[in-house]
Design a protein around this ligand. Structure first.
Ligand SMILES: *Cc1c(COP(=O)(O)O)cnc(C)c1O
Length: 438
């Protein structure tokens, strides 16, 4: 009897159903040979974080009753209250707010800011421009309801050209009004490096030395479970993120979290619901199972997404396309950028990602005039949860330098399929001629 080794499983035939050639499969197989050690260390981080999550659930005595939802006011919602304890344990914080009523990452961040800042206070970003949507929250771009409208001012210190913190300028920017510092872990859609948790820790120590009572908040979007520690392990007072990214594990259909110091989380709760009510209300309806199970899956889902990002970086870098992060860099978030240099490259890549989806694989994304952007944008998102970017997804503005940003992949085989399909598309459309470049 033959052993059931990988060599006698006919993957070629499976991939050919997706139009992926033996040539692409072999090429990518060669790339993967060199990634074994990298993938092993990602699996170790996932293992560490998996144990962290399970242990937190056990310590908080998560029970079957926690999976049931409440309706109406949601007083004494055991599932919701226990889940918040679990988050607080996982992140090693005093308290947490984890709610379906927090609609997205931007909302979670806006909530954390608006509830902890008062008129006359100043907000400081020591890591350059924040994520696009926060420009309106802060009032960098005029917007109704912004912090600016409430008399909260904003200061920004850019990173130095080599990506390091500009400590001198940060010291000069902190003043008697500075109440809260916002630190974005992920580069988002910029070209600066993503910050490691250790680097965030150094920045927080520096800021606390200047003014100990400053609240240090970290925008943790796309960063959860990429490392074994989180920003709250290195001094952050508040860590904020979205459940339709890493910590929702692909299962949470909505939601955001704020975890951190008790007083900061309380402020956020009173703002989310109402003064006097705070964390006591907010029915969990039917989402608790997906929140718990999603958190349970989050470490391995994040690992799958990371493997996909590294796989793509290695493929496209070898073919001569600039990639950020590069093929060997240490990872601190799940986003990968690839610069194709032509609109056709961006379009072929995104259409390949879409064609590999389980949902909406038969639709072809096209560039369109998306509100809020100067140029057309193409987006690939065949997702179970609409707009979820922990699922394999990609987008790119149709403007120089013609780069795509992609992220996610609930499973490694799916991330692998999507990336190989993108490569096949680029070959079929004669954007790439030769798989042996460089
Ligand atoms: C996604 C993201 C946000 C905003 O989250 P949404 O859920 O899209 O509103 C904020 N900051 C960073 C770094 C992000 O990646």
């Amino acid at each position: 009897m033959e052993a059931n080794t990988s060599s006698n499983i006919n993957l070629k035939k499976q991939y050919s159903q997706f139009g992926i050639s033996g040539q692409v499969l072999d090429y990518c197989g060669g790339i993967l040979e060199n990634l074994k050690e990298r993938f092993q260390s990602i699996d170790e981080i996932a293992e560490y974080n998996q144990l962290k999550v399970i242990h937190a659930m056990q310590e908080c005595r998560v029970s079957e009753a926690c999976l049931l939802g409440t309706t109406g006011y949601g007083y004494n919602d055991l599932g919701r209250d226990t889940l918040e304890k679990v988050y607080a344990k996982v992140f090693h914080t005093e308290d947490a707010l984890v709610r379906p009523q927090i609609t997205c990452g931007t909302h979670a961040l806006a909530l954390a800011l608006m509830s902890n800042l008062r008129p006359g206070d100043e907000l400081l970003s020591p890591v350059g421009k924040p994520y696009d949507t926060l420009e309106e929250v802060i009032g960098i771009r005029e917007s109704k309801g912004s912090l600016k409208e409430y008399g909260i001012t904003y200061r920004q210190v850019d990173l130095l050209d080599d990506g390091r913190f500009d400590y001198e300028a940060i010291r000069a920017a902190v003043n008697e009004k500075t109440k809260l510092v916002t630190i974005q872990r992920s580069k988002g859609y910029q070209t600066r490096p993503t910050l490691s948790v250790a680097a965030i820790g150094e920045l927080i120590s520096f800021i606390k030395q200047i003014k100990p009572d400053i609240i240090c908040m970290v925008d943790n979007c796309y960063g959860e479970f990429v490392e074994t520690i989180e920003p709250s392990d290195v001094g952050a007072d508040m860590v904020v993120g979205s459940l339709i990214k890493n910590p929702g594990g692909g299962l949470a259909p909505i939601g955001g979290y704020i975890t951190g110091r008790k007083d900061c989380v309380e402020n956020a709760a009173y703002r989310l619901t109402s003064p006097g009510l705070g964390k006591e209300v907010g029915a969990s309806l039917g989402v608790m199972t997906s929140f718990y199970q999603g958190l349970f899956l989050a470490p391995t889902v994040t690992a799958s997404a990371l493997k996909g990002a590294i796989f793509a970086a290695n493929i496209y870098e070898k073919l001569g396309f600039p990639v950020i992060p590069n093929s060997t860099e240490c990872r601190h978030d799940i986003i990968q950028a690839v610069t194709f240099g032509t609109p056709e490259g961006v379009i072929a890549f995104c259409q390949g990602i879409q064609a590999a989806a389980s949902v909406d694989s038969h639709v072809t994304p096209e560039p369109w005039d998306m509100p809020g952007y100067d140029s057309q944008v193409i987006m690939a998102a065949g997702a179970f949860v609409s707009g979820s970017s922990i699922e394999l997804s990609a987008d790119g503005p149709i403007a120089p330098p013609y780069a795509v940003y992609f992220q996610g992949g609930l499973t490694w085989p799916h991330a692998k399929l999507g990336i190989m399909k993108s490569l096949q598309n680029l070959i079929d459309r004669e954007i790439i001629f030769n798989l042996e470049v460089n």
